[in-house]
Design a protein around this ligand. Structure first.
Ligand code: ADP
Ligand code: ZN
Length: 215
């Protein structure tokens, strides 16, 4: 099942991706996670990516397209995947389509998590992530039972470097300008499914799952 979760920063792509990946036993492939791993490892690629990420700008298309090309050819992706945070502009979407056409394995569906712009800021400033299992919490909206620790694995929670107000503003602008046009792009391909990304997290998972089950 080859799918994309589309949505603004803070729309819940990562949260849903983690859960759905387990449910469907296919990897969640997040370019944000891949890039953050490269930054932590201090690789050349990571050094190139870091400046753009810290500013809330997009990392160059060449870098992320290369990362995706490698990652989707890994063995665990042979039955499909959930792309999270990629593609993020039309150039990336076209590159992905070209790459998948070559493999004769086109995308099957794109799910847009629709969240009002005003709600995104609160979600992003409150976001905390488990360093061990990747579970995502929000100190305002869905706090962990014990402060700074993961309910699932007791791992320590951290705040992402780019979840500060200035960078968040830039990321939301980049989404509006560059990523939102993908709604039309996938709509034209009849692959777009839009669901409300607000309310109970489990209900959203159920709604996305209902769409995945038709693919
Ligand atoms: P969010 O969706 O919450 O902004 P991500 O973890 O998806 O977070 O991305 C964090 C940062 O990584 C982005 O602001 C951008 O700098 C970079 N990035 C992630 N995916 C891409 C991509 N497909 N193209 C370019 N840059 C990307
Ligand atoms: Zn955890």
């Amino acid at each position: 099942m080859r799918t994309v979760l589309l949505g603004a920063p803070g729309s819940g792509k990562g949260t849903q991706g983690v859960v759905l990946s387990k449910k469907y036993n296919i990897p969640q492939i997040s370019t944000g996670d891949l890039l953050r791993a490269a930054v932590s490892a201090g690789s050349e690629l990571g050094k190139k990516a870091k400046t753009a990420m810290d500013a809330g700008a997009l990392v160059s298309d060449d870098i992320v397209i290369g990362l995706i090309r490698e990652r989707i050819s890994d063995n665990d992706a042979k039955n499909g995947y959930i792309l999270d945070g990629f593609p993020r502009n039309i150039v990336q979407a076209e590159a992905l389509d070209a790459m998948l056409e070559e493999l004769d394995q086109p995308l099957q569906g794109v799910v847009l998590l629709d969240v009002a712009f005003e709600e995104l800021m609160q979600r992003l400033t409150g976001r905390r992530t488990c360093k061990d299992c990747g579970a995502i919490y929000n100190v305002h909206l869905s706090p962990p039972k014990t402060a700074d620790h993961c309910d699932a694995c007791n791992g320590e929670l951290f705040q992402r470097a780019d979840d500060n107000e200035e960078t968040i503003g830039n990321r939301l602008n980049v989404y509006q300008d560059q990523t939102a046009p993908l709604i039309g792009y996938y709509g034209d391909q009849d692959k777009l499914h839009s669901i409300a990304g607000t309310g109970n997290i489990d209900d959203i998972t159920t709604a996305v799952g209902a769409i995945f089950d038709t693919l």
